[in-house]
Design a protein around this ligand. Structure first.
Ligand code: SF4
Length: 308
């Protein structure tokens, strides 16, 4: 059987698709992993097609892909389809195929799934339910001579039972791992103990170079709780300039350009790196704001003068 697997967005390797590739290859199927939305020259006619869209903003890619492959199974948060990989290949299949990502030397996985919170714009609690521990660090690490880099996709690392997250921190520290918590830690509820645990490990950016912890400040009303968390991390030894804060923009009905800039500037003043995430990529003003911030142009050009 010919199987086509297509990540429709995202820069990082897609764990769900890597599990599908592993499942089909080990069952003797011919698997092609490609980002191309259309069939390429010489590509065999696929019998089964999978796609994955992580972001809601990828709706155009989803539409275009579906036009090309009407029978494709398209999953992921941005697809509107809640079918999970486990429903396709079974709960027991945990193996992952890294061979389509030769430049990726990290090991990728989840120590937990689910989330304690119910942010109205987020699908995680609906899709994954209450938080629970799922894997140890040694379950995720590829072992042997592989690098000791871990890309953890946990949505709410400290939401798993305390005994479990303490063990994971201990495994990371004693195993000499560098870890990227790219989905972000929940800074609004961080405790002194949790902050000290994070300070004790080698947290890194997605390239495993810079010291970086990811968090979020999505709603203006969370200002006090957000900065309480920033202060707590700072006291534990994690300075604000190690923080990248995802900043949802365009979701809150009451958001104005002034309140958006206020949130942005408050973070910049503290040395935090704000990272705007437009709720809707079709809205030009949101996209312009995101470009102004992400390119660093805000340091040279005031927003009022930016013509992006
Ligand atoms: S804390 Fe994060 S993962 Fe949990 S519901 Fe909110 S946005 Fe989603």
């Amino acid at each position: 059987m010919n199987v086509r697997i297509t990540p429709l967005d995202g820069k990082l390797p897609n764990l769900a698709l890597m599990r599908l590739a592993s499942f089909h290859r080990e069952n003797g199927d011919q698997v092609t992993v490609t980002r191309s939305l259309t069939r390429e020259l010489g590509e065999p006619k696929p019998d089964v097609v999978y796609g994955s869209a992580i972001f809601n903003s990828s709706f155009r890619q989803v539409e275009d892909f579906r036009k090309q492959f009407p029978d494709a199974i398209i999953g992921g948060t941005g697809s509107g389809n809640w079918q999970t990989v486990e429903e396709i290949i079974g709960q027991e299949w945990l193996r992952v195929d890294y061979s389509d990502y030769p430049n990726c030397d990290a090991s990728i996985g989840y120590t937990m799934q689910g989330c304690r919170f119910k942010c109205e714009f987020c699908i995680v609690p609906k899709k994954e339910g209450k938080p629970r521990a799922t894997s140890t660090i040694l379950d995720i690490w590829r072992g042997g001579l592989h690098s000791r880099k871990l890309l953890l996709l946990d949505s709410d690392f400290f939401g798993q039972p305390e005994g479990a997250w303490r063990k994971r921190i201990d495994e990371i520290r004693t195993g000499g791992f560098r870890v990227c918590l790219e989905q972000g830690i929940n800074i609004r509820t961080i405790t002194d103990t949790q902050a000290a645990s994070l300070a004790s490990i080698e947290y890194r950016c997605t390239k495993f170079q810079r010291r970086r912890l990811y968090c979020a400040w999505d709603r203006l009303r969370d200002e006090r709780r957000f900065f309480d968390g920033v202060d707590r991390l700072d006291r534990a030894g994690i300075p604000p300039h190690h923080l990248r804060a995802y900043m949802l923009i365009g979701h809150d009905q009451e958001e104005t350009i002034e309140s958006r800039l206020y949130r942005f500037n408050r973070m910049v003043e503290r040395g935090i790196e704000p990272y705007p995430m437009p709720i809707d990529r079709k809205q030009k003003d949101l996209m312009a704001f995101s470009r102004w911030a992400a390119t660093g142009l805000y340091r040279a050009v005031p927003w009022k003068e930016y013509r992006g």
